[in-house]
Design a protein around this ligand. Structure first.
Ligand code: SF4
Length: 150
């Protein structure tokens, strides 16, 4: 069985819940997340559900350059997600602050300083296909019964 077939077997058995959070973005990344839900990319075909309830989530999807209002809140949100779990940072903002990183700016990237980030999806904004691929790539890490032949 290939890795992709194993991932598909897991998502057929149980939906993968993704909690999306915007930690201070221009909303460009959020629009790409919306595109993932639309028929062209149809993230639902992989059994992936995107919402904003951390208690039901397997994966945290973070966009934005981390504004001061998120100081303790992102960590609290991460702690509410039951283990096993993973966090993915999407866009250039969570890595570097991107266009918001100017002298005197109040943002505080990277997001990996505040919570453990398992994968970064670069781009300003990133492509929906790359967001979906990053979510699928986390499945073997958060489902211990994942089995695939090399
Ligand atoms: S990475 Fe680009 S599109 Fe995404 S929030 Fe930052 S500035 Fe906006």
């Amino acid at each position: 069985m290939t890795a992709f077939q194993s991932i598909m077997n897991i998502v057929r058995r149980r939906s993968i819940h993704v909690c999306y959070v915007d930690a201070g973005s221009c909303n460009g990344c959020g629009i790409e997340v919306l595109a993932c839900l639309a028929p062209r990319y149809d993230i639902g075909q992989y059994g992936i559900v995107i919402h904003n309830n951390p208690r039901e989530a397997d994966i945290l999807l973070v966009a934005g350059a981390f504004t001061p209002g998120w100081d303790d809140k992102l960590r609290i949100l991460w702690d509410k997600i039951p283990a096993p779990k993973a966090a993915i940072a999407i866009g250039n903002c969570p890595q570097s602050g991107s266009v918001f990183n100017r002298r005197g700016s109040y943002i505080d990237p990277p997001v990996s300083k505040h919570i453990p980030v398992y994968a970064n999806v670069s781009g300003c904004p990133p492509r929906p296909t790359e967001i979906i691929a990053a979510i699928l790539a986390q499945i073997p890490k958060i489902f211990p019964d994942f089995k695939a032949e090399p």
